[in-house]
Design a protein. Sequence first.
Length: 156
Amino acid sequence: MTLEQKIGAMLMLGWEGENPTDDTTVCAKAREIVEEMQVGGVILMGRNIRHDDLSVTVNTINELQSLAAEPLLVNVDQEGGMVARFTDGVTVMPSNMALGATRRPDLAYKAAAACAEELKAAYKAIDKAAKNGVIHKDCAYRKKARMMRRINAAQG
């Protein structure tokens, strides 16, 4: 791999198109980050998800995968609380602030694990034929769970 490819592989980027249709499809900007920048992953924000027709989102992911030299890690901004990009067919978890207020890292971990499993199941249900497109839960919960454990240990 060239240095540029190695750097690109470490990046995870999102895209915003010139209009709402561009946001939910493989527009020029999405194509650029995958083909030219050769990113290792993409993140789906609220603007990138067609809530009225999730098959459009799945098709977008699959098309991005087909453009990539290596399989993309696909993440979704699904932190819980008000930051819930997928709401139909999945449990909307409490916000990180609410989970942190419990001072129970085990609850943060359980919420993250449940969210990840539901997102993977929802994706598979939408497109059973997808072989390359895999949605992974944004790892924010797990990072925050570890951080909360350290904070709790420090506070005694």
